[in-house]
Design a protein around this ligand. Structure first.
Ligand SMILES: Cc1cc2nc3c(=O)[nH]c(=O)nc-3n(C[C@H](O)[C@H](O)[C@H](O)COP(=O)(O)OP(=O)(O)OC[C@H]3O[C@@H](n4cnc5c(N)ncnc54)[C@H](O)[C@@H]3O)c2cc1C
Length: 307
């Protein structure tokens, strides 16, 4: 029987592990299929406080993990395949084996949706991004492309005009899903250009190890052409990793956990941390902050229950 099990080894899970380990709760962290989480996909992180020169994403999460291990946190390979949260202790199935815990911190994050282009994954962190707040700063006076037609694409495009000399929004349909206010803002921004009814066929150049351009295809005319760009931002949404809790944890229609205040979920003793609940900020520092909140709530809950 565990006091605290943490699902996920990204910024949120690792920070929850630091706090609960320092509270002497010997947390067990289930790493999941993406150890280190989203930051393990990226290169330089320049906006995590405390690193004036920036720090590589994988080093940052690894450091937080080591910090947690120094205080007694344990890490386990594997992913939660099934969860029974109907009563306490909660039960989790990992690699066919069930384990029990008095409290649970769900820090299973979210996955950015990608387009599935042949070279897209190879260029993540080298010009391909899913986060303007994170990476916009690297594209001062550069040509930037944003893919998507919803509010987040317009928000990213507007934000990126602070840096880029031109921001081209490419959308596969003629009509945009974005709200009128977000569309108007983008349309009134002289740096934003729109290319509609157009698909991206691929992004280049893996040989150079950075983005230099993309190939586009107009779906109405079938015209194919290359466009030079330096930054390629995919803004077509995220998928929160909550499938194993379906029907137990309350989520919004997109699958993000609904918070019941602080780090609390609808199930007493189950807490949330990081991007799995956050569709707004989605930053390493906010995920870490929520990891701290969840660990403190778990500790107080256990204390109140007499453990
Ligand atoms: C390319 C890229 C660049 C970024 N750059 C920056 C940046 O410069 N600055 C910044 O602040 N933010 C950046 N971000 C955003 C930042 O990475 C996220 O906000 C942060 O990682 C969220 O942390 P998290 O712990 O909530 O979730 P995640 O990092 O998504 O981690 C989720 C964890 O849960 C695990 N998991 C999932 N399902 C299960 C399961 N069933 N069982 C067990 N484990 C499971 C996964 O294996 C993973 O370890 C970037 C994101 C990306 C994709």
């Amino acid at each position: 029987m565990r006091d605290v099990v943490i699902i996920g080894s990204g910024c949120a899970g690792n920070t929850a592990a630091v706090y609960s380990a320092r509270a002497n709760l010997k947390p067990l962290v289930i790493k999941g299929h993406e150890p280190g989480g989203q930051l393990s996909l990226t290169t330089l992180v320049e906006n995590f406080p405390g690193f004036p020169e920036g720090i590589n994403g994988p080093d940052l999460v690894e450091n937080i993990k080591k910090q947690a291990e120094n205080f007694g946190a344990e890490y386990r390979e594997g992913a939660v395949e099934e969860a029974d949260l109907s009563k306490r202790p909660f039960r989790l199935k990992i690699d066919g084996e069930w384990l029990e815990t008095r409290t649970l911190i769900v820090a299973s994050g979210a996955k950015a949706r990608w387009l599935g282009l042949p070279n897209e994954q190879k260029l993540i962190g080298h010009g391909v991004s899913s986060c303007a707040t994170c990476d916009g700063f690297f594209y001062r006076d550069k040509k930037i492309m944003v893919i998507g037609g919803g509010d987040s694409a317009m928000e990213e495009a507007n934000f990126l005009t602070r840096f880029g000399k031109e921001v081209m929004v490419v959308h596969r349909r003629e009509q945009f899903r974005a709200s009128k206010i977000m569309m108007d803002r983008a349309r009134n921004n002289p740096k934003v250009k729109f290319v509609t009814s157009t698909l991206v066929e691929d992004v280049y150049d893996t040989g150079k190890g950075l983005v230099t351009g993309v190939r586009l295809r107009n779906v109405a005319t079938n015209k194919v052409w290359d466009e030079e760009v330096d930054g390629f931002f995919v803004a077509i949404g995220h998928i929160p990793n909550t499938a194993v809790f379906r029907g137990q944890l309350e989520t919004d229609p997109d699958g993000y956990i609904l918070s019941k205040g602080g780090a609390r979920t609808n199930i007493v003793g189950v807490f949330h941390a990081g991007d799995v609940q956050d569709r707004v900020y989605r930053q390493a520092v906010t995920a870490a902050g929520m990891g701290c909140m969840a660990a403190m709530e778990a500790e107080r809950f256990l204390e109140a229950e007499g453990h």
